[in-house]
Design a protein around this ligand. Structure first.
Ligand code: PNW
Length: 457
């Protein structure tokens, strides 16, 4: 494995994109500023007991009020691209209807600020902040929300798309669908398979309609989606576990990749999840399956599964299998970079996929400041190992076009609140002072060498 950032940089082609990623609710704060209205995450985080320590995104990194300084800091890392999300409730505070010009202004400044600093703009339309008004009508369980999303997508393409390098409809719909509607640990906090299936189909439909709306407004804009595909690994070679792994692939990956890239839900899911089939109307599957310019993979950890012998267990009837590697990040996720190559090979074997980006990869390493510095060596090792695998994938011939570290800075880590730190930059939430961590300096060295090699090539 190559550790030196200089040597590692040379393993990536000259046009490879190195970036950093964030999401609106995790960093912006200023939740009542300039006409923004609440999203389901404002409501959820304010419900007692839902987020660790009662944390909310009310202030977060106060990025909304510190935009220019944060862009300067990002530019000082030398990155070539910024993946951020647009808050639907800032630009359409009620989800539909009146456009909030002040909300659009913020993203105008953000995009122009990136361009002025030579940073490409990768926008995500939905990183989980559904306008609360729409949740009042059933949110993602109501099919109408797909049409509301398409109107929002068209608006963003029209008003901001001329300066975007790329747009993704959704970030990790697996999380908003399953964590939000089946497991209940993310907003809106529902726990029902029926709600999850409705949210699944509405979300997939919203993606398809959204892509159509974006293309109608701005045909040339690179359009895709970001998926946290699971690296599903069976616990053993026993046939029960191998079958369980197939069911898990269907449920966790096939539920999204199937409709998007093959025009159908997995048969096993349709058979086992009786709520799904009745939701599908004529023409839906064709609308969902739009040709995409790219897809984004978010990868953190593998999913090891074993057969669940409890006959009352719900599909896909799996239980989590123990870690194979003892190393884990501070959030408790197993560190296994081979999962990254596993999931890429698996998906390209199953589906006809376009080129892709690693749109998130990173580690919760909660190392704090000591003598003005943050020695986050676990994160540095994690990034090094995963970037080596990314380079291996390119060498194998996979069309991997870029890599985004999650995250630019420590932020509101959803159900974990501020307890988990994923940033290349440390945030002191008391003072909002930012400090570049050791991993951030390392990443800066990597991208700087990569850029200069590119310039001299
Ligand atoms: C992703 N889980 O979220 C998101 O895209 C980011 O917003 C987030 O900060 C990052 O990964 C780190 O967690 C996830 O519980 C959150 O399985 C939770 C889970 C998975 C992904």
């Amino acid at each position: 494995m190559i550790r030196s950032p200089k040597a590692l940089a040379h393993r990536f082609p000259g046009d490879f994109v190195f970036g950093v990623a964030t999401a609106a609710y995790q960093i912006e704060g200023a939740v009542r500023a300039d006409g923004r209205r609440p999203s389901i995450w404002d409501a959820f985080s304010h419900m007692p007991g839902r987020v660790r320590d009662g944390d909310t995104g009310d202030v977060a990194c106060d990025h909304y009020n510190r935009l220019e300084a944060d862009l300067d800091l990002m530019a000082s890392l030398g990155v070539g691209a910024y993946r951020f999300s647009i808050a639907w409730p800032r630009v359409l505070p009620d989800g539909e209807g009146g456009v909030n010009e002040a909300g659009l202004d913020f993203y105008d400044r953000l995009i122009d600020g990136c361009k002025a600093r030579g940073i490409q703009t990768f926008a995500t339309l939905y990183h989980w902040d559904l306008p609360l008004q729409i949740a009042g009508f059933g949110g993602w369980t109501n099919r109408d929300t797909a049409h509301a999303f398409a109107r929002y997508a068209g608006l963003v393409a029209r008003r901001l798309g001329d300066r975007l390098d790329s747009v993704a409809t959704f970030n990790e719909p697996w999380c908003s669908v399953y964590l939000g509607h089946l497991m209940g640990v993310h907003a809106p906090g529902e726990r029902s398979m029926q709600a999850a299936m409705a949210a699944l189909h509405t979300t997939n439909l919203a993606h398809g309609l959204g892509v159509q709306a974006i293309r109608a407004e701005r045909g040339g804009l690179a359009t895709g989606i970001v998926l946290n595909a699971m690296a599903v690994i069976p616990a053993s070679d026993r046939s029960a576990d191998l079958d369980a792994a197939e069911r898990a692939s269907d449920f966790h990956n096939g539920a999204f990749f199937g409709p998007l890239f093959a025009g159908r839900y997995p048969d096993a899911m349709l058979a086992a999840c009786a709520d799904l089939a009745p939701l599908i109307r004529d023409g839906d599957m064709a609308k969902i399956r739009q040709p995409l310019d790219f897809w984004g993979l978010n990868y953190y950890t593998p999913m090891r599964v074993a057969h669940d012998s409890d006959p009352k267990a719900v599909f896909p009837r799996t239980v989590a299998a123990p870690f194979v590697h003892p190393e884990k990040t501070d959030i408790g996720w197993e560190i296994d970079p081979t999962g990254l190559s596993h999931v890429v090979r698996d998906l390209y074997g199953r589906y006809k996929l376009p080129q892709f980006y690693i749109t998130e990869n990173g580690a919760a390493d909660n190392t704090g400041i000591e003598n003005g510095a943050v020695s986050d060596t676990m994160r540095l090792d994690y990034l090094t190992e995963h970037l080596n695998v990314a380079a291996d994938l390119i060498a194998e011939g996979f069309a991997l076009k870029g890599y985004f570290a999650w995250s630019l800075m420590d932020n509101f880590e959803w159900a974990e609140g501020y307890a988990m730190r994923f940033g290349l930059i440390h945030v002191d939430y008391g003072t909002q002072i930012r400090t570049i961590k050791q991993s951030g300096h390392w990443y800066r060295d990597l991208v700087t060498v990569h850029r200069s090699a590119d310039a001299s090539a």
